[in-house]
Design a protein around this ligand. Structure first.
Ligand code: ZN
Length: 686
């Protein structure tokens, strides 16, 4: 639940918002110099970037080899995610790729260019629905043109399933691709509809929301203090007329891909840095073999308590954002290693975790008497896979299981080299000049923005998600679809509240009592205005992090309106955020934090729904139009994705590994096509 996503996008995707979240410390060494090309590709609403991996060459051979095997395991699950997003995704992708690689006709026409853009878009989204808005991506070329393309290619070169002919395959995928009424949304959250049946994800088939809810409610034991994450690793469908699960495991659904993931994990276990880490990897292998969610919990506990290894990874069914019911884990992976110097910042925060909990403006009944194991570090991403690729978070806090967090703590990371790449790519794009009120805000942003942006992420991840507690008997999923945005709201408010606390200056985390204003301003500007650049005209806000940022920003604007604490002001026909009283703004953040914590701790569904629906969902159409026009004039892509570096094993004549090299020269199209050749073993439909 707990990814900081997309920068400029949410921080980074899960992170950042267009506020531009902010750069990490300067990467050094490893030949990453001024000639490093951060910008790779640009199409539709997407810009593809490249991230450097500073420090990789200084790792030990064993660590590099470990990263290599884990990175292979991270890439092998790509098709699982595609299939999870929609059951026609793999067919559509492979047909499009078959055309792309084999079509011999005119490639200079406008329609061909639109076809190429469509393929790039679905690569970015891991499927035919937009990675962020969840809306189906509508092709800008005609259905007739597509049929012509498909039929012009030698069928022997096309990936038609089970000997199906072009016609049969087309019959199946054409409506899915071209009819706006068919599977329009990957995840539908509209209240009052059957969100299971109206969502295009492949987590459920032929079952109603009511049937799924009844199925899982029957499994739950309210007295169980350490429940497994029911439904995390399975698809639900009817088997012989009865609701049942198809489990994602070896010899189960996604068998072929999982078999290969296991193969790489076995190699990784053999070069683990220490016994604890080896056990982590072996438990993950056991879980992939059995599909047993208890084993997944054992693995998660082992994983969260491994705080000494330099190399770390995520690999599996983790985040539940894409399931309308919040149960099913999307497959994701990331391999990383600790950035030692930058981790000093989060170490200081973690060491003082109890102080922050004790001084939080929430009701004492909801405070943790003892904040456990908030482990935080700054990491360098080495490979992105599954739901972390091409769009990636800039911060992650796991595991998601509430009882594991309660009893064993959580691990929180800030991904420095990704934020750094975002910032490098954003230099000089004119964004701040256009949207900030005056030079005062711009100068503060320049002086403090990077630091306070990073600190916000650190506080959100290291402390925000881990703070507070549920009252006895309150179930963690009682807030349903509102749970995710409210949880992000809570973590953001915790961070915002403390950014302005003199304690941060005292701890040496901020240079003075002015700095926090940079982040306060950017945050409200993003939440109330500039994040609207990522929403199409006429649409609501859907994504959990965007809902949370809108919620906070609009709430403080409304509640502070009598005293004009913070307001939207017009100048020359343009709207700006103006903050008149930063101290009162902090008090408002504290007030809202207390309320959101109460909602979570008491499980107050109605109040939570009210907050999200009132402040987090609807868009002012006039403001939206204005922001889109101003943003469009800057020609900045609202979403960013990444290509990965390429790792190669170097071996001697006996086959012994002597080095692992890293290179940065693969472009977006080549990488996607290579992944589709190299890591694609699932059947077309699962
Ligand atoms: Zn979060």
């Amino acid at each position: 639940m707990k990814k900081v996503i997309y920068m400029f996008t949410s921080l980074i995707l899960l992170g950042a918002c267009t506020q531009g979240k902010q750069a990490g410390s300067e990467p050094v060494d490893d030949g990453i110099d001024a000639t490093f090309e951060y910008k790779v590709d640009r199409f539709a609403d997407i810009e593809i970037l490249r991230y450097p991996v500073p420090g990789f060459n200084s790792l030990s051979l064993q660590q590099k080899e470990l990263i290599y095997y884990l990175s292979q395991a991270a890439l092998e699950g790509r098709d699982i995610l595609w299939d999870q997003h929609n059951r026609y995704n793999l067919t559509i992708r492979r047909v499009c790729e078959g055309v792309y690689e084999n079509y011999m006709g005119d490639k200079s026409s406008e329609e061909w260019k639109q076809f190429e853009t469509y393929l790039k878009q679905i690569w970015m989204a891991n499927g035919i629905h937009h990675h962020y808005s969840e809306d189906k991506i509508m092709p800008q070329f005609s259905q007739d043109y597509f049929v012509k393309l498909v039929k012009s290619v030698d069928p022997g070169r096309m990936p038609f399933r089970d000997g199906m002919a072009a016609d049969e395959t087309l019959q199946e995928i054409l409506p899915v691709m071209f009819d706006p009424a068919v599977m329009p949304k990957r995840m539908n959250q509209t209240p009052g509809t059957d969100i299971v049946q109206t969502s295009a994800v492949n987590f459920y088939e032929g079952v109603t929301q009511q049937e799924v809810e009844a199925f899982y409610n029957a499994m739950k034991d309210p007295a169980d203090e350490t429940p497994v994450s029911y439904g995390l690793n399975s698809k639900v469908k009817k088997i012989e007329g009865k609701v049942a699960e198809q489990v994602w495991k070896l010899d189960g659904m996604y068998d072929k891909a999982i078999e290969r993931i296991i193969g790489w994990l076995e190699k990784a276990a053999a070069v683990a840095e220490n016994d604890h880490q080896k056990e982590v990897i072996n438990l993950l292998i056991d879980y992939y073999r059995s599909g047993d969610l208890k084993t997944f919990d054992d693995y998660s506990v082992k994983w969260v308590t491994d705080t000494t290894s330099r190399v770390d990874f995520i690999n599996g069914f983790i985040e539940t954002y894409t399931d309308p019911l919040g149960l099913k884990g999307s497959w994701e992976a990331m391999v990383n290693f600790k950035s030692i110097e930058a981790s000093e910042r989060t170490r200081v925060i973690s060491e003082n975790a109890q102080w922050f909990e004790d001084h939080s403006p929430i009701d004492d009944r909801f405070k943790k008497e003892e904040v456990k194991g908030v482990s935080a570090k700054v990491i360098t991403a080495a490979i992105l896979g599954g739901d972390c690729y091409p769009a990636t978070p800039i911060g992650i806090n796991l595991p998601n299981s509430d009882w594991i967090r309660r009893d064993h703590g959580s691990k929180s990371v800030t991904i420095d080299n990704i934020t750094y790449a975002y910032d490098k790519a954003a230099e000089g794009n004119g964004f701040k000049e256009e949207f900030m009120w005056s030079d005062t805000e711009r100068e503060r942003s320049k002086k403090y923005g990077t630091l306070t942006g990073n600190l916000h992420t650190d506080l959100h991840e290291c402390l925000g998600h881990g703070s507070g507690k549920l009252l006895p008997g309150v179930s963690s999923d009682v807030l349903q679809a509102y749970g995710s945005p409210l949880e992000e709201t809570r973590a953001d408010l915790f961070a915002l509240y403390y950014l302005a606390d003199p304690k941060l200056v005292e701890l040496g985390l901020l240079p003075d009592n002015e700095a926090y204003k940079a982040e306060y301003y950017s945050y409200i500007m993003n939440g109330a205005m500039t994040q609207l650049t990522r929403i199409q005209p006429g649409k609501d806000i859907e994504q959990a992090h965007m809902r949370n940022r809108a919620l906070i920003s609009r709430w403080v604007i409304e509640k502070g309106s009598d005293e004009k604490v913070v307001e939207l002001t017009q100048r020359d026909g343009k709207t700006y955020v103006v903050v008149n009283d930063y101290e009162k703004l902090r008090a408002l953040f504290g007030e809202l934090l207390a309320e959101v914590q109460r909602i979570k701790s008491e499980g107050d569904f109605e109040a939570g729904k009210q907050l999200v629906e009132s402040y987090g969902v609807k868009v002012d159409p006039e403001l939206h139009k204005e922001v889109l026009a101003r943003y469009e004039a800057l020609n900045i892509a609202p979403y960013k994705g990444f290509v990965n570096p390429v790792y190669k094993l170097v071996t001697d004549e006996n086959g012994k590994v002597t080095d692992v090299t890293i290179s940065y020269d693969e472009n977006y199209v080549d990488q996607q096509l290579r992944y589709s050749r190299q890591y694609s073993v699932l059947p077309l439909k699962n």
